[in-house]
Write a protein that binds this ligand. Structure first.
Ligand code: UDP
Length: 452
């Protein structure tokens, strides 16, 4: 039995960004534990180093993009993805042809690609290899994209001038309103819609798997299944099923020692993920709000995350001195470990999907400060559907920050959110145990991979 499975290889193709690489590597680890060999195909940007994957059965292959990394910053995410897809298709086909030649005693049973790497679908079809799409964001976000792919940009923008249209609930997607569709902060709507259409038109996959859990968004999953007409597997949160080291930045573990010295549930942990950038003005308001709240804080400030600054040098000296004395600042933290630490009482997050899942898995309530569209969707669910967090809306200012931290860490309201978060934590842990929904979904997918 084992011998047959050892010859089955799965090719994984992640988007070269931390929030996409991490769950893809976790998926790879899960599949590897089930007996599959794994090939990770990646470009030159943001490579996961093969040495970080201390597991046998993993192979890393590089395909070259035909444009420099500096383009990423210049183009913005949507244009970057459209261009990446155009320039990677031929190289990827060559890569699969090479793999097929080299592996005479193996079978590539499937290509699993990030939904944004839709060039893979073309190669999979050409080589008659089954393919599956992997989505690293929520099912609600996928459904929103299906809705968007059918819209006419001009008409939609015109209709949205009417407040009644803005507040209309998207059919069968309560509580999602048209104004919640994830369209802000990603560039011109026409280009976003083009990307949505490309993802939809180039789909050749026989199934979609999502790093989510059915108990978190069951109605979106049902709707998604109807929209796509192919099986949708909710098999998250993958970081519980299989942890895999894939951090692109070095984790500063000294913050764990600092946390060890803090009182239980007293610390607010702040991290805005791997991409978000903010203005110095917001940084300053956050700093004052945190200082005025009198709660200890652990703050991740990524180098380059403050516009026009290397790091925190744009803060007035007396403020950065107080922040460093009264809180703890790192450039990158071991986030999952931090969220699981007993001293952490709340998470101020930009609401990226991975951070959202990681927080729920540790039963930590959140302060939501989303930046772009998809994060806003997640924030809405955190605040209004799961009721485990508070949204900071509009411009961030110190009084609002102080109030939010107090509500979350000190007030009864925060304790209630924590209770609900702990309830969800139980459900998520149950979903990956034998017989749980995510456990069963992974099992079913694997059965299908064997028969495809
Ligand atoms: N992360 C981390 N250390 C940090 C900040 C973030 O390890 O100091 C990880 C976090 O655990 C998560 C990922 O980076 O897995 C961020 O992904 P998410 O989807 O939350 O946001 P994105 O970076 O894609 O905006």
């Amino acid at each position: 039995m084992e011998k047959i499975e050892a010859k089955r290889r799965i090719v994984l193709v992640p988007v070269p960004a931390q929030g996409h690489i991490t769950p893809m590597m976790q998926l790879g680890k899960s599949l590897n534990l089930k007996g599959f060999l794994i090939t990770v195909v990646q470009g030159l940007f943001n490579q996961v180093s093969s040495s970080s994957q201390q597991v046998s059965g993993f192979q890393f292959v590089t395909i070259q993009e035909s444009f420099p990394e500096s383009e990423l910053e210049r183009l913005g995410p949507i244009e970057f993805l459209i261009k990446l897809n155009k320039t990677s298709e031929a190289n990827f086909k060559d890569c699969i042809a090479q793999l097929l030649l080299q592996q005479s005693n193996e079978n590539i049973v499937c290509i699993i690609y990030d939904e944004f790497m839709y060039f893979c679908g073309v190669a999979a079809k050409e080589f008659k290899i089954p393919s599956v799409i992997f989505s690293t964001s929520s099912a609600t976000n996928q459904v929103s994209r299906c809705v968007l792919s059918k819209l006419n940009a001009e008409k939609f923008l015109f209709d949205m001038k009417d407040p009644e249209v803005q507040d209309k609930v998207v059919e069968n997607l309560h509580p999602l309103r048209y104004k919640d569709l994830p369209i802000s902060g990603v560039g011109p709507l026409e280009r976003l819609l083009e990307l949505c259409r490309e993802i939809s038109n180039k789909r050749t996959a026989f199934a979609v798997m999502i790093n989510t859990v059915s108990c978190l968004e069951s109605s979106s999953l049902t709707r998604l299944q109807q929209e796509l007409g192919i099986p949708v597997y909710a098999l998250g949160p993958l970081h519980i099923t299989a942890s895999a080291t894939s951090s692109l930045l070095e984790e500063d573990r000294s913050c764990v020692e600092w946390l060890d010295k803090q009182k239980p549930r007293s610390v607010i942990y702040i991290s805005l993920g791997s991409i978000v950038k903010m203005e110095t003005k917001e940084l300053l308001e956050m700093a004052w709000g945190l200082l005025n709240s009198n709660q200890p804080f652990l703050w991740v400030i990524r180098p380059g995350s403050i516009v026009r600054s290397e790091w925190i040098e744009s803060l007035p000296e007396e403020v950065s001195k107080m922040v460093i004395e009264r809180g703890y600042i790192v450039k990158w933290a071991p986030q999952k470990e931090v969220l699981g630490h007993p001293a952490v009482g709340g998470f101020w997050s930009h609401c990226g999907w991975n951070s959202t899942l990681e927080s729920i898995v540790e039963g930590v309530p959140m302060i939501c400060r989303p930046f772009d569209g998809e994060q806003k969707l997640n924030a809405m669910y955190i605040e209004s559907v799961w009721r485990i967090g508070i949204q900071l809306e509009g411009e961030v200012e110190r009084k609002g920050v102080e109030r939010a931290v107090t509500r979350l860490i000190v007030d009864e309201e925060g304790a209630e959110m924590r209770e609900r978060a702990l309830g969800l934590k139980e459900k998520l842990n149950a979903s990956v145990r034998k017989g749980g929904s995510s456990y069963n979904a992974l099992d079913e997918l694997i059965k299908n991979l064997k028969t495809e």
